[in-house]
Design a protein around this ligand. Structure first.
Ligand code: F6R
Length: 599
């Protein structure tokens, strides 16, 4: 989703902003732009258009020296992706230039009340913020005009603002949308994602909601100030920058997605090392007390993380013996079910920034329920705002389609349920280690999986079928295939097919079946026969001890409860190679964003 980068200091701002925007490309976007102060002419220069950051970089005039600027990648919400709607936006009389992530809900009311005669160029809500600031700056100081505007706008925003009349300042503010400040020896970078700070900052800090930040470049240095909406200073809590550039490169792989699929065994091993001390698994006591004291656990998540949540429900119920329910965040936010007393909420989010989850978190916190976030980003909003959080340690996930974060989430949910369990059902260290080995075995055979894709996935549609835990993997497998290959795919509970969907099965339709559980082997095999006899092109993924000779992908045996972490790997490879063969933009699928910060 939209990305923001701003820089002020003694290095060339445009270099830092353009490379920062490239690092944010993975979040998904459709247009981009940059605005900076040309040191020589003292003019503000703007480049922006629909399309890739690469076009911006190719068209850029690198002869201009500059030390202050703002940039943006836009994922369209108000108005089409085109040059005019791209950010940055100028205010009506071009005094202020501004980039914005988020959605302003009351912009029409603000126009009617304060700017009835303004002539807007774009269809965006952002231009209204810029023009409101300009409007108030006729009678107030710049800082007062910005703070007044912030007090009026409703919705989500991360903003960077330049004032053409005071070109030594960048102003920043945020509410609900993420924004971080990174401080280095030579300057200050502001960005919506820590990735854009890597290489530019020695320390960084997520800016809190309703915080207003002013960064000033002085003759030989710079200074920054963080204050609340009425101008009182807010406490600073900087962290050391511990991400290195190499971690976010492709490390020789053709695509981030393939790299991240191949990293999954190390994610599982890292989780073992982070959560096991002296041969015993443990989690943060605060996180443990939240789930341990609950009579029922409500899991809130979206997309892939919600699929991890289904497996988590199985772990809470079957290992920890606590009932659990899974809810789609965007539904729960506005349609809360009747809750039982003494419940707890678990939020699962790779990014920790998903707006649908945040809306639920705010609601359940207001009702006084205990909350735990499971995330890959410890500095994220959901990690900071829940009562406790657990990190999945998957490392930066750049491909839009989530792979290693999913496996990390499932593994952490398992660890949590295992730590909660009074009676330990197996040796978790041993079983998780086997999972890592089984993952490696199928990753090593990825070219074989590629060859199957060419033979079987030749249609516009595809079905995944399975039962129990395998059904949850089918849901995730179907999402992964459709989002990057655009092949219409559905995941079905195998027994449910004959209640309607089997009508879609005809000659050559690919049906991929997943079987990892003894108890349902015969039932799923019966469903395979049903679709096969109606012409389906069947491909079976099974664990060795439930496999049959004709199964195409046979995986190393692992404990049945842990199988979702292994059976998902060939499905990720199937998605990757299908998209590759179809020539799709695998790491940045159309219309999608890595971090979905609007509801
Ligand atoms: C799909 C995918 C999405 C995310 C969803 C929630 O590959 O990545 O479905 O899982 O947008 O995002 P997070 O986990 O960041 O809350």
């Amino acid at each position: 989703m939209c990305g923001i980068v701003g820089y002020i200091g003694h290095r060339k701002a445009s270099d830092i902003i353009l490379s920062g925007l490239e690092k944010l490309e993975y979040r998904g976007y459709d247009s981009c732009g940059i605005c900076f102060l040309d040191d020589l002419s003292h003019d503000f220069v703007m480049y922006k258009d629909k399309g890739r950051v690469r076009h911006l970089i190719d068209d850029f005039d690198y002869s201009m020296s500059n030390h202050l600027g703002i940039g943006h990648t836009r994922w369209a919400t108000h108005g089409k992706p085109n040059q005019i709607n791209s950010h940055p936006h100028f205010s009506w009389n071009q005094r202020f230039a501004l980039v914005h992530n988020g959605v302003i809900e009351n912009y029409k009311e603000l126009i009617a009340k304060y700017l009835p005669n303004a002539d807007f160029v774009s269809e965006t809500d952002t231009e209204v913020i810029a023009t409101l600031i300009e409007h108030f700056s006729n009678t107030l100081s710049v800082e007062e005009a910005i703070r007044k505007t912030l007090s009026l706008i409703e919705g989500s925003y991360a903003l960077l603002i330049l004032d053409t009349q005071h070109p030594e300042f960048i102003y920043a503010a945020k509410n609900k949308s993420p924004l971080l400040i990174g401080v280095g020896e030579k300057g200050v970078t502001l960005a919506s994602d820590v990735m854009a700070l890597v290489g530019n900052a020695d320390k960084y800090m997520p800016i809190e909601d309703k915080t207003f930040t002013v960064v000033e470049k002085t003759e030989d240095s710079y200074q920054y100030r963080l204050c609340d909406i009425i101008g009182s200073p807010v406490e600073e809590s900087f962290m050391e920058m511990n991400i290195v550039l190499e971690e976010i490169g492709k490390a020789g792989y053709s695509h981030y997605m393939l790299k991240e699929i191949c990293e999954q065994p190390s994610v599982v091993r890292k989780i073992i090392s982070k959560y096991m001390n002296d041969d015993v698994f443990s989690i943060d006591p605060k996180a443990l007390s939240i789930v341990q004291n609950a009579k029922r656990i409500y899991i809130i998540a979206a997309g892939t993380s919600m699929h991890a949540g289904y497996v988590g429900k199985y772990y809470f119920e079957n290992i920890a013996k606590v009932p659990a329910e899974v809810f789609i965040a965007s539904e729960f936010a506005y349609n809360m079910p009747l809750l039982v007393e003494n419940c707890a909420f678990v939020f699962i989010s790779q990014s920790g920034e998903t707006a649908d989850l945040r809306a639920c978190l705010v609601n359940v916190k207001a009702l006084g329920y205990p909350t735990l976030t499971i995330t890959n980003v410890p500095t994220s909003t959901l990690a900071r705002e829940a009562d406790a959080f657990l990190e999945i340690f998957a490392g930066p996930e750049i491909a839009v389609a989530s792979t290693k974060a999913y496996v990390g989430q499932v593994a952490i949910l398992l660890v949590v349920a295992y730590v909660m369990a009074k009676k330990k059902p197996f040796d978790l260290h041993h079983e998780l280690s086997r999972v890592a080995v089984a993952m490696e075995a199928i990753i090593d055979k990825r070219e074989y999986v590629h060859s199957l894709v060419g033979e079987k996935l030749t249609k516009r549609n595809c079905f995944y079928i399975g039962r129990g835990l395998d059904y949850y993997t089918c849901l995730e497998a179907a999402l992964k295939l459709k989002e990057i290959s655009y092949i219409q795919t559905e995941g079905f509970a195998a027994g449910e097919l004959k209640h309607g969907t089997i009508a879609l099965i005809e000659d050559g339709v690919p049906v991929i079946a997943i079987i990892s559980q003894h108890a349902i082997n015969n039932n799923t095999r019966a469903n395979i026969r049903e679709v096969h006899s109606r012409g389906a092109e069947v491909l079976v993924i099974s664990l060795n001890n439930v496999s049959e000779l004709t199964d195409e992908i046979v995986l190393m045996d692992v404990h049945e409860s842990l199988s979702p972490m292994v059976t998902v790997i060939p499905t990720q490879l199937i998605s990757f190679y299908s998209a590759l063969d179809l020539g799709k933009d695998i790491d940045k699928p159309r219309n999608l964003a890595k971090s979905v910060t609007v509801e």
